[in-house]
Design a binder for this molecule. Sequence first.
Ligand code: ADP
Ligand code: MG
Length: 456
Amino acid sequence: MSSLIWAEVLAQLEKSVSRPNFVTWLKPASFIESKDGLVIIGVPNHYAKSWIEQNAVKDIIKYLSEHLGSVESVKIEVVSDEGSKSLDDLPLLQSEAESIPVASPAEELVEEEPVNDFSNSFRDKYTFETFIVGNNNRLAFAASQAVAEKPGFAYNPLFIYGGVGLGKTHLMHAIGNDISRKNPKKKIIYTSCEIFTSEFIQALQTKNINSFKNKYRQADVFLIDDIQFLANKEGTQEEFFHTFNMLHQANKQIVITSDRVPKEMNNLEERLISRFGWGMIADVQSPNFENRVAILQEKSKERDAEVSSEVCEFIATTITSNVRELEGSLTKLITAAQIEKAEITTAFAARVLKDLLSTSAPNVTTKKVIQAVAQYFSIETSDLLGKKRIKELVYPRQLVMYFLREKLSQSFPQIGDALGGKDHTTVMHGVKKIVALKKISPEVEQDINAIQQLFN
Ligand code: ADP
Ligand code: MG
């Protein structure tokens, strides 16, 4: 076991928790020692220890076991700065931390991965009931419900797209949960594009391609998350294409999520892009203020925590980026309140979230992006937002469009409004242009990096 393995485990964890949670609690954790199935992880303070013990130990064991074979328990120890420098010298039983007993790997395997590999390991919490519906996601929600109601018949494929942390994975698990509840015999496969790719590569290496093919082609319902990662992977695209065709022809339900619409997916074969549009394409957008408050209320209820509407409103005003960050902030607040045995007042929230905002989530706003671009090109913001159609303004405007889309996950019409009433097709064209230029022009890439420095 080395810190390299820990780095890989961290990378896996990063995908399963919200960004603020990852940055605040997991990133500072370091590997200390591994002995007889016990792994010791060092963290800088008791808050981190408590958060990890409550929220991440199970995943840590799971991921460590993938690399190390059998890990029975993990112990989280608080180490001082000096301590973490001389990791190897720390005695095994030095801290007051107790190890957390878990099911042995064999038991876990039975519970979570039945032999046929249709484990239906959907997150319990991700159901239709816990999903807050608003104008921002109504269509995607209704389409998901329709698909769960009649898999293979309603819309096939269902393609859900939208910015990070806006509920795509939640909806996908909700579909899986719903179908497997009503129909426990259905073979439902949930996978991410990254897992699909790495399994495919592994199958090639171990010459097991047939069992790979069979596994996916047996599915009654195939849920594949974050398909954008298929870009540039020709071999996997080819394999996915065949899987798609087989399942689709057999009327098996396919659900796909992506961070963008099919036609914006660069480096993806045309035949795949066109198939993505065969069924229904539905988007999820950022929630508005009222939805953010409703989500916070739902999430505090799920956690049995009392958070007043005043505090929910305060958080909803402070954190506007996406639901994942919203949820991460709430978790942080509740954990901090438990540890400090404090009442969650607005003042308490302001203090706790101030730390969060300054350390992990740069508060990028539309205004900051526009100012940064104007400053970089030494032009007036009024010109940038105005109607003058001169060449010197076109490129900076397109950069603004690009940043608002990529960094703030705004919709094309929203970006059009921010730029003084541009048509959404102009915005789409602008974003596409920069994405394309960025790939071929080092100068453009440099401009992008330099401007980012200005608004981050
Ligand atoms: P994505 O896959 O789009 O990046 P996720 O589905 O992982 O986003 O959502 C991030 C977090 O936000 C999850 O914990 C999810 O439960 C929550 N979430 C997102 N949208 C909603 C919603 N409309 N109602 C309730 N929770 C939501
Ligand atoms: Mg997701």
